[in-house]
Write a protein that binds this ligand. Structure first.
Ligand code: PSU
Ligand code: MN
Length: 309
């Protein structure tokens, strides 16, 4: 039977018009809201991050699945539903979960992986998040490697993040991205950032000094039809960065607890993020919010530069 994208995807009027006219649009994910931050900080953040993108001259497109329909651009009530997550009805949707959610009419939040997929379907090329998923520590035994890395290898969306979350093995994450042919950029830095901290000790392939540098590189890659995305590491602003040694200790404690409780699969990242918020007395949440807002602003600036090329 014939189908159209409209059978599965609702693009908000504003986002659809902007994409058609070649105006700058920035995708946002919803897992960071439903599973990455507590209520009601997540709703406040969800609104603020859209406002930051508008101030920088682009249109925000937050992605999610609501009652079995993919959404590019959410209403206020959708946003609230995802943030409240009453009765834990909002699933965390990775690539493998997406067809199931659509076929069963489920509601779910999109990760980096599925946000890239929806962005691509909707014609959006730039996406801001907090930190991408990656190779988990101990992955040589658990094989826990985030689907985000595989998505970056195949879907043509540029992801602006504050690096890989410090709970991961950042060295192995970068090795994986190299194998998969994903360009890793540092935004005004030579050092790939580590989410809560400005540095990881691991270098990047290319230091971009301004939004236009990233936009040009994206254009070349996609003009040539090379598949896959681009990863831009944008360090958390100095005033919100957390102490590397202190965070290393906090993360080790959180990882020990996750191991003891045998947390695995898609529960791991939300568990660790929540545990770290608890162990830092909320400091890590404040940092997470600020780094994600900063990524949204830079992503909008890059999208604006790309639209002018
Ligand atoms: N960035 C944040 N908070 C988050 C995430 C990113 O600041 O909660 C989410 C993203 O949706 C990312 C996911 O795709 O964490 C990684 O989950 P996993 O490790 O299970 O692939
Ligand atoms: Mn995983």
């Amino acid at each position: 039977m014939e189908y159209t994208l409209n059978d599965y995807l609702d693009i908000s009027e504003e986002v659809a018009a902007a994409v058609t006219e070649g105006k700058p649009v920035v995708a946002l994910e919803s897992t960071i809201l439903s599973h990455g931050m507590p209520w009601p900080d997540n709703l406040e953040f969800g609104k603020k991050v859209e406002a930051v993108i508008r101030e920088a001259g682009a249109i925000p497109a937050t992605m999610a699945v609501i009652n079995g329909r993919m959404k590019a651009g959410l209403s206020e009530s959708d946003l609230e539903l995802l943030c409240k997550n009453e009765g834990n009805v909002v699933k965390k949707l990775s690539r493998r979960d997406l067809p199931i959610a659509l076929a069963t009419g489920a509601t779910g939040a999109t990760t980096v992986t599925t946000t890239m997929m929806l962005a691509h379907l909707a014609g959006v090329k730039f996406f801001a998040t907090g930190g991408i998923g990656g190779v988990h520590r101990g992955a040589e035994k658990t094989m826990d490697i985030s689907a985000d890395l595989q998505e970056l290898a195949q879907t043509p969306v540029a992801v602006i993040c504050a690096g890989a979350k410090m709970i991961l093995d950042i060295g192995l994450t970068l090795e994986y991205l190299e194998t998969q042919g994903v360009p890793v950029l540092g935004y005004k830095t030579d050092d790939f950032p580590s989410f809560y901290c400005r540095k990881s000790g691991f270098g990047v392939d290319y230091k971009a000094e301004k939004p236009l540098d990233v936009a040009k590189l994206a254009k070349v890659k996609w003009d040539l039809g090379f598949k896959g995305g681009i990863l831009i590491g944008n360090p958390v602003p100095e005033e919100y960065a957390l102490d590397f040694d202190k965070m290393t200790a906090v993360i080790n404690e959180a990882l020990d607890e996750a191991n003891a409780k045998q947390i695995h699969g898609k529960e791991t990242t939300p568990f660790l993020l929540a545990k770290i918020v608890e162990l830092t007395g909320g400091d890590s949440l404040a940092t997470n919010i600020q780094l994600a807002l900063n990524n949204a602003r830079v992503a909008a600036e890059i999208a604006v530069a790309y639209a002018e090329l």
